[in-house]
Unconditional design. Structure first.
Length: 133
């Protein structure tokens, strides 16, 4: 059988994103509370000033607009839950049409947004230092 390799899209993401540890989003994250909400906001900031775009219900939105919308959506719908399960429920299909939400790379390649966010979250969880006690 074929082993599942969860980071298959990461090499392409790294062409356009700095390594997570070198990002301003990460530096800000490790200085803060490191809560589940903080992880979600980190993911938004990770893409906020990039040439990526989000395709929602067939319409392409530049990243600043998409991040503004996402922050507003999080404020209304996030309820202290695990980021993984929240992303699976809220970042895969659009409302009300139920279309897959895509991340569009600067090269034009598209991937489901949820997959990319879950991969970036896995990287964050792996590199995040233990909290000081």
């Amino acid at each position: 059988g074929t082993a599942f390799f969860p980071f298959q899209g990461l090499a392409l993401a790294e062409e356009s994103l700095p390594p997570a540890e070198e990002s301003s989003a990460y530096r800000r994250f490790v200085r803060g509370p490191r809560s589940e909400l903080a992880k979600l906001l980190y993911l938004m900031e990770r893409f906020s000033n990039t040439d990526f775009a989000v395709i929602y219900n067939g319409t392409t939105h530049d990243m600043p607009k998409a991040v503004r919308y996402a922050r507003s959506y999080i404020a209304k719908h996030y309820r202290q839950e695990k980021v993984e399960s929240w992303l699976m429920r809220h970042s895969y299909r659009s409302e009300p049409d139920g279309k897959i939400i895509y991340l569009k790379y600067p090269s034009g390649k598209r991937r489901p947004l949820m997959h990319v966010l879950l991969e970036e979250l896995e990287v964050l969880n792996r590199i995040m230092p233990a909290k000081a006690s």
